[in-house]
Ligand binder design. Sequence first.
Ligand code: NAD
Ligand code: ZN
Length: 363
Amino acid sequence: MELTVDLGARSYPIYIGQGIIDNIGAFFEKHGLGKNSPHLVVTDEHVAEHHLPRVLGLLGEAGYKVSPYTVNAGEKSKSLAVLEDVVGVALDAGLDRKSSIIALGGGVVGDLAGFVAASYMRGIRFVQIPTTILAHDSSVGGKVAVNHPKAKNIIGAFHQPEMVLYDTSTLQTLPPRDVRAGLSEMIKHGLIWDSEFTAWCEDNADKLVGLDPEALQYGLYQGCKVKSIVVSQDEKENDLRAILNLGHTIGHALEAVAGYNELVHGEAISIGMVGAAKLAVQLGYSEDIYTVTKRILQKFGLPTRCPEHLDTDRIMEAMMHDKKFSGGNMVYIVPTAIGKVEIRKDVKPEWVRNIVEQLKRED
Ligand code: NAD
Ligand code: ZN
């Protein structure tokens, strides 16, 4: 299956399929990646164990000079210190302006490697090979970043990849927790844009959680499609693109306060989407938004309740650092029906505080 992210001169394809990495050499040739310059595959320790030898072997056979760089798994690798290390390795390997950085992994590796590609020699080419379900979101759209201890994704750029090579066979080695967390973003894509796809997700929850290849391929295709339509209309998040942040205002804050091990990204935004649905009902929209959102997330085994021990003041403080304010009010993505959202700029921090308190009492 193939989709195009339509961005004029920066347009690129997303290839999705079982086993497509086997043709990686042909994809590289098709996209004009040079054999005279070295390339760098950035991955993490878990992905390296399962999938790096295959990628290095196939690219080597196809005549590409490729070095690997493996970071520790987890959010902590999205840091300036790791960025400096990767750049050091890129220099030692002789990467030049015709080289590319290949991100083999989930959102952490994609965001880090993408920011290396955006900044090394003021920008070199970049290929995304996502290996998590969550990365159907993070690998499309060109947002790349590392974290600062005070705020997530605050040091970053827009840097679109040459292509996204999504081989669904790599997903079979994912731990169950990451499967569910990734599906949370897939559900988000339904909730913001497409009620039919949302209903399909609900009906196919067991297949998706069980990594059924056909269901996965269809779900990832639809999720990538929503993401690429939105990004094509607003590459640099001037307006529409903000809708992709459904569940993320509370979600990012929970991740920051809980620590990235207690709550992974997809889990945090699951709780955040329940929060947004609660806010919608309080703003006068249908009660169904809350009932359906929560029911779907629970069907996927995702959390819908904020851990009680997290301090509400600290959660609110984390939101203040999260660049989502306009005047004294918060910019907030509020569902207005299943499959539709609006961007509200009049949400008072007190209302959100109240929602966080309520989320601690959810079942
Ligand atoms: P991740 O990259 O940490 O991957 C999750 C875990 O799965 C890690 O332990 C990883 O080692 C392991 N893993 C990855 N692929 C595997 C495989 N095939 N088999 C076995 N294990 C595998 O996290 P993620 O959930 O993919 O991404 C989360 C990150 O994405 C966050 O940093 C978030 O900020 C970022 N993100 C970015 C965007 C964007 O637009 N750039 C969008 C959404 C999320
Ligand atoms: Zn997200």
